[in-house]
Ligand binder design. Structure first.
Ligand code: SF4
Length: 549
């Protein structure tokens, strides 16, 4: 019997329950089902990989890389191109067969995902994708399904971070092996709720290690971010807008456009790039364009320049800019220009560069305006002495971390209102694209520091954790005892892995919105509320009053 499309991995899922005909994100049911089949194949791969690892055998780095990228490709707003999923599926079958042959007879009955064989023919693959069910517990064991989905969606988020570290030459077997552990758990019927809760907490710690690896990769490659003004107005001349999170793509493009008279603008989550010494040294990295990802169809409309989408968040390109938007890496949309890396990881951005030159760019300079970015852990903690003194003398009353992903849904104005209503003797730390709701507003200073400190991308949640841990050490208390409240907005699966890391660190009293994840069953939600006091946002006034009382 055919299984209809079902996806509820992100915050904008249809009616807060699940997308069943087509994704609110624009994902077709065909692609949704192929993504599920790909996860199914990865579960089968993991069954054999876990058996081999247990026997002390090695899995090649190529296979680790494949599994990470395949998971990343299924993250919200990354890849919508069926052709790319056929290729992933066929490669997955080859890898599974190879590992199966190496593993030999594994004790116990093999899960169906392990013994399944992908057909050769694409029409048959599509037919098969309609019959598999990667949520087998959804009807009768909803809490088990909820915990497994929480793990799976967290893993998809971690895949993005592992990918970004990897392209800079940083990987860690402990992180890579955890992909097999989590994917293998999806098809392990013996796991009960208690074991899965333990796995969720363990996953949070592995994701912390993965974010630390990415922080190391970014800072060792491009230097520690420094407070830097980023221009938010336009300059005359040809330009390329670079969106997404991949600093390596941006660096390669900056190298290839040097001296060509092309301005490079960051977009969305690429904004923090302006703070990295190894990137800001390029004088043609001139500024930041636009707001958060969900405004791209309006902002890219008839743009006289070219756009590069390096990671999520891609939306369906409109006809008015289809000829000038390019994807790279795991990102994809059918019939959109795509730039792939060669075997050494190098990408040739010539088609993108030529398009920018052909389009000619903006014809006038706008009066200049800029915002300050670059408050990673090193830059912020270089002011630790002043910050601690300001807290002790009462100049700083409270810290808020207001950040996370942005999205299109109503209710996200909460974060703008919250930031605006914070008292003047408080500091707002922010990260990820949720900040676009308020990062161009004037917040003034407190104790000689800007009141709004932009820590960086979503993965720079690692920086926020470092800052919180350093402050807790300075005040000889736990993070939960600090005058610090986390007010988070979530949208896709990277937010899930960050939340799991925060919970695994025992961080309580987190406010979360704009709505709760549909994949949390009532019992699992109640568990999180009771154990961690995870609190759904209400109104900015009410929450501020509760926090500051
Ligand atoms: S990723 Fe989100 S919007 Fe897209 S199909 Fe899944 S739940 Fe729906």
């Amino acid at each position: 019997m055919d299984t209809p499309m079902f996806c509820y991995q992100c915050e904008q899922t249809a009616q807060g329950k699940g997308c069943t005909q087509v994704g609110v994100c624009g994902k077709s049911s065909e692609v949704a089902m192929m993504q599920d089949l790909l996860i199914y194949q990865l579960e089968g791969i993991s069954y054999y990989a876990n058996s081999l690892l247990k026997a002390g055998e090695k899995i090649s780095q190529d296979i680790h890389w494949f599994v990470i990228d395949a998971c990343f490709a299924t993250l919200t707003n990354v890849n919508f191109d069926p052709t790319r999923f056929y290729a992933f599926l066929k490669d997955a079958q080859k890898i599974k067969s190879e590992l199966k042959a190496r593993a030999g007879k594994v004790p116990g009955p093999a899960p169906l995902a392990a013994v399944y064989t992908l057909p050769e023919n694409e029409a048959q693959i599509m037919a098969d994708s309609k019959t598999i069910n990667i949520r087998p517990y959804a009807q009768e064991k909803i809490d088990i399904q909820s915990l497994k989905d929480t793990l799976l969606f967290g893993l998809k988020g971690m895949a993005a971070y592992a990918h970004h570290a990897w392209v800079l030459g940083y990987h860690d077997d402990a992180v890579s092996h955890h992909f097999y552990k989590v994917l293998g758990a999806m098809v392990d019927d013996s796991l009960g709720a208690e074991e899965l809760v333990g796995m969720v907490m363990e996953f949070g710690q592995v994701n912390l290690a993965c974010m630390a690896l990415l922080d190391k990769a970014n800072t060792e490659t491009y230097g520690n971010p420094q407070p830097t003004p980023a221009l938010i107005t336009r300059k005359k001349g040809p330009f390329i807008i670079v969106s997404g999170h991949d600093l390596h793509d941006l660096a390669q493009l900056l190298e290839q456009t040097e001296g060509k008279g092309i301005h490079i603008y960051t977009h969305g989550e690429m904004l923090p790039a302006h703070g990295y010494p190894g990137l800001k040294k390029y004088t043609h990295l001139v500024g930041n364009f636009g707001g958060a990802w969900q405004n791209q169809q309006k902002e890219f409309d008839k743009l006289p320049g070219a756009v590069l989408m390096t990671t999520n968040c891609l939306m369906e390109p409109k006809a008015s800019y289809r000829d000038r938007i390019f994807t790279s890496g795991v990102v994809g949309w059918a019939d959109i220009g795509h730039i792939e890396a060669d075997r050494s990881g190098k990408k040739d951005f010539t088609p993108l560069i030529n398009k920018a030159l052909e389009l000619g760019g903006w014809t006038e300079d706008e009066p200049e305006k800029s915002i300050l970015v670059g408050f990673g852990h090193e830059a912020t903690l270089s002011h630790a002495g002043e910050i601690i003194e300001a807290v002790k003398t009462g100049q700083i009353r409270h810290f808020f971390l207001v950040g996370g992903c942005d999205g299109a849904k109503m209710g996200r104005n909460y974060y703008t209102e919250f930031a605006e209503k914070t008292p003047k003797d408080t500091v707002i730390l922010t990260l990820a694209c949720g900040k676009y709701r308020f990062n161009k507003r004037e917040f003034g200073t407190v104790a000689g520091l800007p009141r709004l400190l932009d820590i960086g991308q979503c993965n720079d949640a690692y920086s926020a954790i470092q800052i919180a841990v350093a402050l807790s050490k300075a005040f000889n208390c736990t993070v939960n005892d600090l005058p610090l409240t986390l007010v988070l907005s979530w949208y896709e699966q990277k937010a899930v892995c960050i939340l799991l890391t925060l919970l695994s660190l025992g961080i309580k009293n987190i406010y979360i919105g704009p709505s709760l994840p549909a994949f949390l069953s009532p019992n699992i939600l109640q568990f999180l509320v009771e154990k961690f006091n995870l609190t759904p946002i209400s109104t900015a006034e009410k929450d501020l009053a509760t926090i500051l009382k």
